[in-house]
Design a protein around this ligand. Sequence first.
Ligand SMILES: N[C@@H](CCC(=O)N[C@@H](CS)C(=O)NCC(=O)O)C(=O)O
Length: 409
Amino acid sequence: MHCISLPSSHHPLPSPPKTTFKLTCHVVPRMSLDNNNNSRSNGFNIINNISKLLWGPSLPPGLLISTVRTAWTSTWQIMMSQLAPSDPSGGYTRPPSKFRLSHQNPTASTTKLHLYVGLPCPWAHRTLIVRALKGLEEAVPVSVAAPGLDGSWEFKDIPDKDKNRDKDILVPSRDKVNGCQNLKEVYRLRKGGYNGRATVPLLWDVDKKEVVCNESYDIIEFFNSGLNGLAQNPGLDLSPVELKGKIEEWNRAIYPNVNNGVYRCGFAQSQEAYDVAVNGLFSTLDRIDDHLGGSRYLCGDRLTLADICLFTTLIRFDLVYNVLFKCTKKKLLEFTNLHAYMRDIYQIPKVAATCNFPVIMDGYYQILFPLNPGSIRPVMPIGCEHEFLSRPHNRESMSSVGKSVQYVL
Ligand SMILES: N[C@@H](CCC(=O)N[C@@H](CS)C(=O)NCC(=O)O)C(=O)O
């Protein structure tokens, strides 16, 4: 491998260079055009052969970079504008969920329900945690989709050898109720069909073959209070009347700035949009961190839905968002209280089994192609492993009710 410096002016077109440039500031490897790397795709080899014909064994680096930069930037802008809708300033705007569960049309507790999720998705993760804490595993069985290479959700049984050694931990599965190959097919089964975004979580009415709801917050409220006749832990109330106001207040700050805030950083299509998102994210995290210095959970001594919604973003923070979504100002591990607070929730029985870290990492680093074209999965950062998350959090003393009386499941 040769090392070259980038020439300051454009390289003359397009004859092959006879000399090697001297190393000055930017050091980039000279692109080798040898066809000896079997791990590369056919596409790579075809382009490689055309390049060889045009320019000889190696490309002029200035030409290579300026051409690829122009082509890549335009392609990136097209991809991002289609995959991540934005406002005129380049800020990411999440499309609203199509199927809401309103209080006027509660689902009867006799309805046979099925839940579709994907493990990388923080919104689906909320529903898995509330389902587990309420003991709704039998009442609401689950099918776990995995992201396909085009980003849509697919069902496949993973080979035994790839299954997690911890038998309790959730893994991708086939569609256990409709036998579909992918989530789009499930949505299309409903009367009247559906061609919109096939998102998880999806709560499904098995007998009517109908979407009950695809908005995570509606689903967790429903799991919390709407299925107590079927729940193994009906006494647990994650949204008690006296705390509803506080929960809503936290949600109003946390949803736009943290839950969706990390996506607004990662999917920003302009520097201005990114700056607004990243400032909102870290100022809100600082505020929460201060608050958690004097309060075990967001609303005091009791775990609520607001904590669960915050948790599913925090557990992905150092693992994914810090790097891939450029949430770089601080790692979660560097906050005074947030990491211990996250460990406190992780250690509640049944929560750890909803967190499949390798599947979460793959779901972002290998699937969000426009943000990580090489699909390389970075090494797991310190503080994200099960062993570290199982360390003492020492937050029991903050709580006047002691350790998790309400979570004895
Ligand atoms: N507001 C929805 C968001 C759900 C959502 O955006 N899910 C993503 C995965 S994280 C999805 O399924 N995307 C697939 C797509 O947009 O086609 C909720 O909270 O349930």
